[in-house]
Design a protein around this ligand. Structure first.
Ligand code: MSP
Length: 510
């Protein structure tokens, strides 16, 4: 089966920060997990390059929008391998092939009669590239997101008949209660719709940096419609000479944060209906990573630089921290202190140290060969069905809960070492079988959790699976059966060198 997952495409007028990394890592975890299940995955990310914010930023830097976009898109592209994101394609909306596809779809919207000409007047936030409706305007006529003053603007525009979709959208929400997850976001979108849909401006007359309207090329398309269409356009040119549309559309899940829910939950389905395209199957709206209580963003200057974190601790640590600390779907505070604590106690100690101790004992007591599977290890009950449980969590997009479940198994293994005390068993020849069973249980448990954790922390799990002699298991969720499928567990394998997975942090003395 196909599985198509997307991230928002990021504005190129800012540098990538942890918030962008967070969404992209979430989509990556889903993509990697689905690949482990043998699905035909397509994972899309990219950059949103048109619109006023980019045009303004370019002007301020004395450059052209295209040059600015080229430079900054590169930064987002470079971020991806650094955070181990395994996207199948990176779309840039200034790509002529995207523009061509946008024009084709919009022409259909026009031909179907969902577009008209009129005068637009309203309060506009240049950073959001959006006109604000009355209830969205914060105190002092400011943007609630960017806290900057809104500008009164009026211009000749083309309009999209959003209001024509009032009933259809209400019906959609009534029929598909899991269309937007989590539920409180679904409710939020539904109440926006119930409040009454108004037509929206589809074009900007004063701007030249964008996709010209096919029927009125003197105007460029409002950046949000151009941007949303990336999810469809990418499929037409991601693979040379191939159109992937029918293979992957409709998307299985669009991942995003709550700031852009209106566009995805209201404008996007209406636009797709107007263009006679199928609707995406689901959207997942996560919360904000917060530092000091404010949404982290470049403009507020409270950025935990992902590149710096990776330099110091590695990409796995960043990926793990974000998804363990902040429940996917909720807002959550992140801090350097919290990061260090989780790194030391969980990654370095509970996983890394457990792995190195286990392998060291197998070397010392059993010549580096994992004992064969015994009748009973004492771990079967908890480890049985873990892969199915994780799959169910991932299907419900409960990434943090899924990770927590697997981490409970990591902790179970830590308790197992303490309870069985293999170093004591090793002193007593009569306990040899028990020692075998214990060492097997630990190695097998580590093998299973490493496969399950692989989508979250791909680098360290690959190292450990390689040291356990099962590098190829990383790609298959089926392999995560305790005891191994058809005897393909850890038993009888010769273990290899394990590099230190998460070196302990040196305290810097303050
Ligand atoms: N270009 C539009 C999206 C178009 S999608 C068709 C846009 N770009 S953005 O660069 O502002 O990115 C917004 C997205 O970045 C959020 O929806 C979220 O996915 C991610 N995040 C940005 N800051 C974030 C946090 N502080 N916390 C969590 N996610 C954050 O909007």
């Amino acid at each position: 089966m196909s599985y198509y997952v997307t991230t928002p495409i990021y504005y190129v007028n800012a540098e990538p920060h942890l918030g962008h990394a967070y969404s992209t890592i979430g989509a990556d975890i889903l993509a990697r997990h689905m690949r482990q299940r043998g699905e035909d995955v397509f994972f899309l990310t990219g950059t949103d390059e048109h619109g006023e914010p980019v045009a303004r930023a370019a002007e301020a830097q004395n450059t052209t929008p295209q040059e600015l976009a080229d430079r900054n898109a590169e930064r987002f592209k470079q971020l991806m391998p650094l955070i181990d994101v395994s996207h199948d394609f990176f779309i840039r909306t200034s790509d002529p092939r995207h523009k061509q596809e946008v024009a084709r779809v919009m022409q259909r919207v026009f031909d179907n009669g969902y577009v008209y000409e009129g005068l637009y007047e309203g309060m506009y936030c240049p950073r959001c590239a959006d006109f604000k409706s009355e209830h969205e305007i914060a105190e002092g006529n400011t943007c609630p997101v960017h806290k900057i003053e809104l500008e009164k603007q009026s211009e000749e525009s083309w309009f999209f008949k959003l209001s024509a979709f009032q009933e259809q959208l209400e019906q959609l929400f009534a029929e598909r209660k899991d269309w937007i997850l989590p539920r409180h976001r679904y409710n939020e979108a539904l109440s926006f719709i119930k409040g009454g849909l108004h037509d929206v401006a589809l074009s900007r007359a004063k701007l030249t940096w964008g996709v010209p309207l096919p029927w009125a090329p003197d105007q460029v398309m409002y950046v949000w419609f151009d941007a949303l269409l990336n999810y469809i356009s990418a499929l037409t040119f991601a693979r040379e000479g191939e159109n992937l549309h029918d293979r992957y559309w409709p998307a299985d899940v669009h991942v995003m944060a709550k700031d852009i829910i209106k566009f995805h939950a209201v404008y996007w389905p209406a636009l797709l209906l107007a263009a006679e395209e199928e609707l995406p199957k689901r959207m997942f709206v996560h919360g904000y990573l917060l530092m000091g209580g404010e949404k982290m963003s470049k403009s507020l200057g409270n950025v935990l630089d992902p590149l710096r974190v990776i330099e110091l601790f590695g990409s796995d640590a960043l990926r793990f921290y974000c998804y363990r600390e902040v429940s996917f779907g909720q807002d959550g505070a992140v801090s350097t202190e919290g990061f260090e604590t989780r790194y030391n106690t969980e990654l370095a100690n509970e996983y890394g140290n457990l792995a190195s101790r286990t392998l060291a004992m197998i070397s010392r007591y059993r010549g580096g060969v994992v004992p064969e599977e015994p009748d009973e290890t004492g771990l079967e009950a908890e480890f049985g069905g873990a892969a199915d449980d994780l799959a169910a969590r991932m299907d419900a997009l409960e990434l943090t809960a899924g990770l927590d479940d697997v981490w409970a198994l990591v902790r179970r293994l830590n308790r197992h070492v303490e309870e069985r005390a293999p170093w004591k068993l090793a002193k007593d020849e009569a306990k040899s079988e028990e020692l075998d069973a214990t060492l097997y249980g630990l190695a097998e448990g580590l093998r299973v959790v490493s496969i399950l954790l692989h989508p979250f922390i791909p680098q360290s799990t690959t190292k450990l699976l390689t040291a356990l002699g099962c590098a190829d298991h990383a790609g298959s969720l089926e392999a995560a059966e305790f005891g191994g499928r058809e005897g393909a567990g850890a038993g009888g394998r010769t273990i290899g060198e394990l590099p230190q997975l998460f070196p302990k942090l040196e305290s810097d003395g303050d």
